[in-house]
Ligand binder design. Sequence first.
Ligand SMILES: Cc1cc2nc3c(=O)[nH]c(=O)nc-3n(C[C@H](O)[C@H](O)[C@H](O)COP(=O)(O)OP(=O)(O)OC[C@H]3O[C@@H](n4cnc5c(N)ncnc54)[C@H](O)[C@@H]3O)c2cc1C
Length: 472
Amino acid sequence: MTGSRSGRRVAVIGGGVAGLSAACALAQDGYAVELLEQRPYVGGRASSYLHPGVGEVIDNCQHIILGCCTNVVDLLRRASAEDSILWSNRITFLEPGGRKTVLKPAALPAPLHSTLSFLTAKALKLQDKVAIARAISAFLKGSRPEDDRSNFADWLRNTGQTQRAVEHFWKPVLFSALNEDPDRISVRYAAKVFREAFLFSAEAGRMGVPRVPLSEMYGQVAAAIERAGGKIQLRSTAEKLCHDEASGRWRIRTGERVEDFDTVVLALSFEGLRRLLPGLPDGAPRARLERLLAGFSHSPLTGIHLWFDREITDLEHAVLLDTTVQWLYNTSRIQPERESMRDGHLIELVVSASKSLVPMERQTIIDLAVRELSLFFPAMKDARLLKAAVVKEVRATYSIVPGLDALRPGPESGWPGLILAGDWTATGWPATMESAARSGYLAAEAVSREFGDRGQYLVTDLPRRGLMRFLP
Ligand SMILES: Cc1cc2nc3c(=O)[nH]c(=O)nc-3n(C[C@H](O)[C@H](O)[C@H](O)COP(=O)(O)OP(=O)(O)OC[C@H]3O[C@@H](n4cnc5c(N)ncnc54)[C@H](O)[C@@H]3O)c2cc1C
């Protein structure tokens, strides 16, 4: 440990992806780190737990990453857990009746690598493809400052997108990734995700799904933090955070315990940070944060877990078109090692921006999901539903509305020794695990600067391939 670090303590509040990333980078670089997480497991909004209703460990919702999520991949590498991700370079779109469209790369230079499968896509007609091609050429130019002031619904209208292009392409691809309705999506972020996933390179667009439950995957990161000398305190809620003027340190109260730290990383959701603000010193930094946080709002996401007495499809995952349910994940195929722990074949369905499902009864949602699956898979005729779980995450993500960038702070809170992290901070990414991992690394770099060091943890983006190297 260097002289500036010795005897100085860093606390990270929050054991989601942001907090784990900050704590892992710092612990592995020799800082004395302690992570406090209120729940009995790590992962935050990307976690798994024993569901009492079904008696099995389930993810709160299936999470995916893309090849361009370099910082999540780096976090898993730090924990020797890269093998936890199952990668695939194809997306299957299914129409009711079972007709299939597969988007996959071919040996053409980016951004043309998916062109062949796009041109032969059965789920789109010629006029839809022409409209999408027009939109892609607009995205090729990159986003402009004014794109953060425009909403994606207007943009779809202005670029002449057909109803089918919206329903069979933009909705499953972008509304899902950004978890919002198009009138509440900033064009800047639609462009960002589309360019990363479809244009920059085939590698950037690969889709990755965890082969193990989420808290097990991120539990490997927690174990890496402990191996590096960091401490993980589960079931530890930071109830109050205040500044001790005399010592210049930050004081955290968790239940009966009160402890002082030189530096604190607040790796919380925006609403989690809001709860701790009243204890912080009155003044300009607090007023600024209160103003910024007031501009954030939530969008819900619903995961539907269904156990059948037989396999209903051999696909690992698929987009389901023209139904309420948007994505299907065949968990039994994705996580075959856990099959012996399961009572039946597990299918997970995801509904993004699921505002219509929030007020719905659990059984109504299950009936709807089973009915919709029957439209795609003949095996559903004889399949028997053994059990089901519905997880409504009402505060799943923040809405990436136009203008939000002006409200996303960097890691510096305005108070010395208090650093911000979380998917909602200024990372240039929407509400994703990648944004959380980036924010954690940026926060760790800010901690390092506080100690007079120059730690660099953020990982660079994948190189652009083919013609994309020459475009802005
Ligand atoms: C249903 C759902 C599906 C999603 N799907 C995807 C997907 O497919 N791909 C993707 O990339 N992203 C997805 N996301 C988004 C992704 O999960 C989040 O963007 C990311 O996990 C946020 O991480 P975070 O660390 O910033 O925040 P959080 O995960 O919210 O972490 C904050 C942590 O702080 C803890 N905490 C709060 N207050 C305190 C306190 N006072 N003391 C101690 N601990 C505290 C919380 O328990 C939590 O663990 C999804 C999210 C949801 C909910």
